[in-house]
Design a protein around this ligand. Structure first.
Ligand code: TRP
Length: 365
């Protein structure tokens, strides 16, 4: 298996990753503190110092959440995982959320993504993020190419990272353009930004486990004598499988549900592609039952769409014992996704009017 911020491949062994990275599995004690199914059903599986973040909340200290988006394309369901987590943390713990948009990262890393296109994706992606329902005045969004204030923090951080650390941590290759080698200073500035902005406090980063190298380095740098900041905490998510069942939703188009997909596209993609854990004939399915643990439709209900634990459990057992057929399970999922997207697409239109309230502006000097 290979897991770096810019390259995920092979069979992922999450327990081994947690060990290798030196993170901690999310335990029952932590789960008890959380209400949101997304954070409790195993998709978020590991953390750094999240217990300390909860403790700071209990002591009524300032806490915040920060997670970002690399705008390489229009957004699909898999991209929502960190933002849905951030939003639920904002609601449950009443805290500020910071959302940097790394247009520079994707510009450097994606060979054929041109400058204007990346700016366009940023704008589109920001609307999708706002549409999730973040609170005005409590949510701060910025784009690296626009909010150039970030540069002064990145420069101070860059000075404290040697090239050999960057190379080893991020797997930089000699043929990569030099944008790749500076970018980590920017993302570390993102991760520490809540503290630059609000003063020293503990912030948590909900994000895919592949982004952990940035967090680890940000934690080392936080306590450097130049900064004297709190080490940021982290919540790590597993990768969301594509409809085909592959580990990471990569946007070949057909294997993912875009937030702009129409009801008929959703229906077609799920029926045609969603990997089924069912048997090949109805007769066999009734006899042997299906396997919800490998069934993509069930997995999507579990991760995103069925918030009610009892109903999810019922679907699980009915599928497993053969009462619920694969086609019927798909119908449940299609209806859920389409209801979500209808609401999302409406909220996205409204976000066009409120976007200015979420964007942080550069300082004058
Ligand atoms: N690099 C992240 C990605 O490709 C996006 C990102 C930018 C980010 N800044 C961040 C994630 C800060 C977490 C924290 O998805």
């Amino acid at each position: 298996m290979k897991v770096t911020p810019w390259d995920v491949s092979g069979e992922i062994d999450y327990n081994k990753l947690v060990k290798d990275f030196g993170a901690t599995l999310i335990d029952e004690k932590i789960k008890k503190r959380l209400k949101t199914p997304l954070l409790k059903r195993g998709n978020y599986f590991s953390h750094r110092d999240f217990d300390k973040w909860l403790e700071a909340y209990d002591k009524k200290k300032i806490i915040s959440v920060i997670t970002g988006r690399g705008p390489s394309e229009k957004m699909h369901l898999g991209h929502l995982i960190p933002f849905l987590a951030a939003k639920s943390l904002q609601e449950e713990f009443n805290c500020k959320v910071f959302i940097p948009i790394s247009d520079d990262e994707k510009f450097f890393v994606k060979e054929d993504l041109n400058f204007n296109k990346v700016l366009e994706y940023s704008k589109e992606n920001i609307l999708d993020i706002i549409a999730l329902g973040f609170k005005v005045n409590e949510t701060f969004i910025f784009e690296d190419f626009i909010y150039t204030d970030i540069y002064k923090y990145a420069a101070q951080i860059a000075k404290r990272i040697t090239y050999s650390t960057a190379k080893a941590t991020f797997g930089l290759k000699t043929e990569n353009n030099i944008g790749w080698s500076f970018y980590p200073a920017i993302q570390i500035a993102h991760i520490l930004f809540p503290q630059f902005y609000l003063g020293k406090h503990i912030s948590v980063v909900p994000v895919g486990i592949d982004q952990d190298p940035f967090i680890k380095l940000a934690r080392d740098i936080a306590t450097h004598k130049d900064f004297k900041l709190e080490k940021p905490a982290a919540l790590h998510a597993k990768f969301i499988p594509s409809l085909f069942g592959n580990i990471k939703m990569s946007s070949s188009g057909e294997g993912v549900i875009f937030l702009t997909d129409s009801p008929s596209e959703v229906k077609r993609k799920i029926n045609k592609y969603a990997f089924s854990g069912g048997q090949s004939t109805i007769k066999e399915h009734r006899k042997k039952g299906g396997n919800p643990d490998i069934d993509i439709s069930f997995q999507y209900l579990k991760i995103f769409f069925e918030q009610d634990d009892k109903r999810l459990e019922k679907i699980y057992y009915n599928y497993k014992n053969g009462t619920l057929l694969s086609g019927e399970l798909k119908i449940i999922l299609i209806e859920k996704i389409n209801a979500f997207l209808a609401e999302h697409q409406k909220n996205r239109e409204e976000a066009k009017r409120s976007i200015d309230k979420f964007i942080i502006k550069n300082s004058i000097r």
